[in-house]
Design a protein around this ligand. Sequence first.
Ligand code: SF4
Length: 180
Amino acid sequence: MKLLLHVCCAPCTIFPLSVLRKEGIAVQGYFNNPNIHPYQEFKKRLTGVDTLAGLMDFQVETVREYGLKEYLRQVVQHEDERCGLCYEMRLRATALKAKQAGVDAFSTTLLYSRYQKHELIRRTGERLAEQYAIPFYYQDFRIGWQEGIDMSRQMELYRQPYCGCIYSEQERYDKSLRAP
Ligand code: SF4
């Protein structure tokens, strides 16, 4: 089986990639993340993925254009639903790329993170799978959360302090947004 794996960042890729390879799946990566801001942060995560590709002998296509405008055009005035829109834009691009590449299925490293809306990612992937007639490969990679963290530290990969968008950066650092 050949699978196109959407890659959100290097640390979140290690465990899913290891598991999929153990299952005998040929995995190609696809880094396409217009949700990572600001520009310097985007570059750090991109560099991390380049490093991981070398360390794990992983073939990954990287969309290297900074996608701030593309992201904002879809999210502004829908900020409360932004994560669903964000999953949709990244998984739609991956499903389309998977169709073009002629692989058997697509999936995403977002299924590894304990901080993401796991069921929403699953539903979004399955909906796009129907729309584009290509299977969405679901697995709950969160079981390897600590293992992935440990391996990313051993590899000395960049580990980001917030999810990605400028809204999540504010939520991470703006104390006024925290509950009293
Ligand atoms: S918090 Fe994360 S998943 Fe939600 S919109 Fe921002 S970058 Fe996307």
